[in-house]
Design a protein around this ligand. Structure first.
Ligand SMILES: NC(=O)c1ccc[n+]([C@@H]2O[C@H](COP(=O)([O-])OP(=O)(O)OC[C@H]3O[C@@H](n4cnc5c(N)ncnc54)[C@H](OP(=O)(O)O)[C@@H]3O)[C@@H](O)[C@H]2O)c1
Length: 320
């Protein structure tokens, strides 16, 4: 029997690997599309021989996108960037790239398209990132009205960029920043971190649930935390007590102006703009629950991968 084909753009990324594993387990033939097929080779063992195929495609090149979706039954777009670099601008990746994928999927007669955007996507946001995510959503819906759009909050999981980064900072530095806090009592902006496995499950549900067609879902975890509470969580999980330093937006702006010059900037001016708004699921939004998923608590998962940042992490194991 012929397999159903799924094309995943951004397959080699943090979220992509969790999605590819699920698609392979569900019996799909998977085209793991990205700019560098070599970086997707590690995905091949997730399926049977020949089931997961690294596929060269750049979302900014419409021809390569069209070739990647030809004959596909479902398409998932996970391509996104956190900062602009050279030709990889927000407009090119989040707007033009998203439009290329949606137009090619429509032209190829693809049955389902799932587009992953971001919580906070808003045409009127002060952050270029969030404006470009909103424009990308609009371009996707215009080309493929039945696409499902998912907006995750900060995603956590073993390969995440957020908790691993601050846990690593807690190992090296006596202080942790509370970006956006004006004083020691101010918690700063709010977040609703969501587990990567729940986001991947949401994508799988969106591929099959008829009610998800043409709908937008906001994906958050079970708990809303302030930036300060997230740093306290990092300290608890890594067993490291650190001084929490309020970093008002104007100070963060100055830091970001310098850090933004680095080749892989840990903080940019645009990200500080993004942090000026809470990143939580809206009251009226459709959520993970509407896709049949119960969100997983960060406290249940963080110990499984932040343990390596603890002092003497393996001592108990050796002595056991
Ligand atoms: N992680 C989070 O906390 C979070 C939160 C909210 C929203 N999101 C959104 O969720 C999606 C997935 O995020 P993620 O964390 O998995 O991102 P990621 O780890 O950075 O992965 C991005 C993927 O996109 C690929 N890519 C980059 N430029 C490309 C291009 N021009 N053409 C084709 N592929 C390209 C990358 O592979 P190559 O470089 O090899 O091409 C990589 O596989 C993104 O849209 C992101 O904005 C993520």
């Amino acid at each position: 029997m012929d397999r159903r084909i799924a094309t995943v753009f951004g397959a080699s990324g943090f979220l992509g690997r969790h999605v590819v594993r699920r698609l392979a387990a569900a019996g799909y033939g998977v085209r793991a599309a990205g700019r560098d097929p070599e970086s997707a080779l590690f995905l091949k063992p997730m399926g049977d021989v020949g089931q997961v195929v690294p596929w060269p495609a750049d979302v900014t090149h419409a021809d390569s996108v069209a070739a990647a979706v030809r004959g596909a039954d479902v398409v998932i777009n996970l391509v996104g960037i956190l900062y602009e670099s050279g030709r990889a601008t927000f407009q090119k990746i989040h707007v033009d790239g998203a439009a290329n994928v949606a137009q090619a999927a429509a032209a190829a007669g693809v049955q389902r398209l799932v587009h992953v955007s971001a919580l906070g996507a808003d045409a009127s946001s002060p952050a270029k990132y969030a404006r470009s995510k909103a424009a990308g959503e609009a371009a996707v819906t215009a080309a493929f009205p039945k696409a499902t759009i998912l907006r995750p909050s900060v995603v956590f999981g073993p390969e995440d960029d957020f908790f691993n980064r601050f846990a690593s900072m807690a190992r090296l530095s006596p202080v942790l920043p509370v970006i956006g806090a004006a004083s020691p009592k101010d918690g700063g902006p709010k977040f609703q971190p969501v587990y990567v496995a729940d986001v991947a499950d949401a994508i799988m549900a969106a591929l099959t649930d008829a009610k998800a067609k043409g709908q937008l879902f906001e994906l958050g975890g079970p708990t809303v935390y302030s930036f300060r509470e997230l740093m306290q969580l990092v300290m608890a999980q890594t067993g490291r007590k650190r001084c929490l330093l309020p970093l008002p937006y104007w100070v963060a702006d100055i830091q970001a102006a310098f850090l933004g010059l680095l080749p892989r900037p840990p903080l940019t001016l645009d990200q500080v703009q993004l942090l000026r708004r809470d990143n939580v699921v809206g009251d009226k939004a459709k959520t993970l629950k509407n896709l049949g998923i119960t969100p997983t608590a960060a406290e249940a998962i963080l110990p499984t991968y932040l343990m390596r940042f603890r002092n003497n992490a393996w001592q108990g194991v050796q002595n056991a």
